[in-house]
Design a protein around this ligand. Sequence first.
Ligand SMILES: CC(C)(COP(=O)([O-])OP(=O)([O-])OC[C@H]1O[C@@H](n2cnc3c(N)ncnc32)[C@H](O)[C@@H]1OP(=O)([O-])[O-])[C@@H](O)C(=O)NCCC(=O)NCCSC(=O)C[C@@](C)(O)CC(=O)[O-]
Ligand SMILES: NC(=O)C1=CN([C@@H]2O[C@H](COP(=O)(O)OP(=O)(O)OC[C@H]3O[C@@H](n4cnc5c(N)ncnc54)[C@H](OP(=O)(O)O)[C@@H]3O)[C@@H](O)[C@H]2O)C=CC1
Length: 426
Amino acid sequence: MTTSRVSGFYKLSPEERLEKVAQARNLSEEDKQILSGAAPFPLRTANAMIENVVGVMSIPLGIATNFKINGVDRFIPMATEEPSVVAAASNAARTSYDLGGFHTSLSGSIMRGQIQVVDITDPYGAMARIYENKKEILDRCNAKDPTLVSLGGGAIDVEVHVIERAKQPMVVLHLLVDTRDAMGANAVNTMAEAVAPYIEEITSGRVVLRIISNLADRRLVRARAVFSTEELGGREVVDNIIRAYEFAECDPYRATTHNKGIMNGISAVVLATGNDTRAVEAGAHAFASVTGRYRSLTRWELNREGNLVGTIELPMAVGIVGGATKSHPTARLGLKVMDITNAEDLAGAIAAVGLAQNLAAMRALAAEGIQKGHMALHARNLAMMAGAQDDQIDQIVKQAIQEKDVRYDRILELTKQLQEGAVHGN
Ligand SMILES: CC(C)(COP(=O)([O-])OP(=O)([O-])OC[C@H]1O[C@@H](n2cnc3c(N)ncnc32)[C@H](O)[C@@H]1OP(=O)([O-])[O-])[C@@H](O)C(=O)NCCC(=O)NCCSC(=O)C[C@@](C)(O)CC(=O)[O-]
Ligand SMILES: NC(=O)C1=CN([C@@H]2O[C@H](COP(=O)(O)OP(=O)(O)OC[C@H]3O[C@@H](n4cnc5c(N)ncnc54)[C@H](OP(=O)(O)O)[C@@H]3O)[C@@H](O)[C@H]2O)C=CC1
């Protein structure tokens, strides 16, 4: 892989950017057609993916630059409708590049399936009977997914919880399943449904729900990076970033927006790789409140050299097989662009983007304010809304930024002026 540290990538045309990525990653002509949207997403594929299909909806796909993750340079595909997100991620990653980039780890690839058992008279007796029959439970589950077992995964353990606060006590069996390179919801749900009649037999209770839990606390990803205080704008800016982080740690109103900023990056990569954005988002927000207080998913501190150290920790249930990861042609290429061939590296890359995204937003908030960078990029959107032609957008945006007036009204005026001028000029 050539370097991901590409200065001025954003100044190239979309075709030139694609060519750079294609050269670095050996993309074929067909790959390029798919990524650029020149090869339309087949309706037949869409119709096989969801129900009542009438068409497809396109979302822009950008490439974040400057990411070095565990010593490997990676281009990061991001699918998002929000301006300044890709720029921000690239901007923050840039300030960590020369200090070694991002380092990541994953606690495992274990998901939890929950089996809820009600109408039980002796919940603690039932709990004991489940543990006594653990081997048979796991064998029955694993018989349902020989592929997963052959890959070193499968059901590996059970946990039993008694919920006493319910109107009637209930027993909840957690099936712990190593889903390897798959997100695992279908695999886990299949096992949970298959084993439920046996659980009823053991417990003399009645099973109601049999479903995966999205609080994937046995699949925690962690990322760490050191960011250059000098490149972030100096000690005052960095001190303000730490104050901003402390604000999020202590106040749920701020923490929610802080974490939304993190998810700007995370959801964009999750979507670009065909993974389930809702599963990751639900897991992230639940994890942010497991202590009983909703808090930041990141932590920020200074190292001995006075540089900023950022860390992030959250559940990351993503796969490189299963779901839409292989059936969606662009998602498949998302992994190729990143040069990722296992779910662990994918989880690490997503966490790195979340960390960078958080820093970029906090730096802007703690220095010049978010609107300067964000609105300058949003202005292109506004110009298009105002009816500007492709060759008029740059001029209108430049003028609005110069005037420090990036509002739709003003951009509409500028667009009209330019278009009337062009008509009169004729
Ligand atoms: C927007 C920037 C990056 C400009 O920042 P800048 O200082 O004008 O950028 P620069 O010209 O000095 O360039 C620095 C690097 O940024 C990147 N970059 C620079 N411009 C572009 C561009 N047009 N397209 C793509 N990449 C760009 C690029 O990597 C470039 O490196 P180079 O290529 O020159 O070596 C900066 O102001 C920034 O990081 N802002 C933060 C924006 C942000 O966080 N947006 C998220 C949406 S707001 C939100 O939803 C979340 C929030 C804010 O509420 C969360 C929270 O509250 O915590
Ligand atoms: N609450 C939630 O989050 C829910 C999410 N979903 C959806 O479930 C989907 C994800 O489920 P998932 O189980 O991952 O998808 P799949 O069932 O499509 O894929 C998983 C299967 O792929 C096979 N496989 C092949 N290679 C590997 C490998 N290297 N590692 C692991 N498995 C491998 C396995 O066996 P085999 O070949 O036998 O299939 C495995 O069971 C997503 O679309 C998600 O939206 C569904 C319900 C609820």
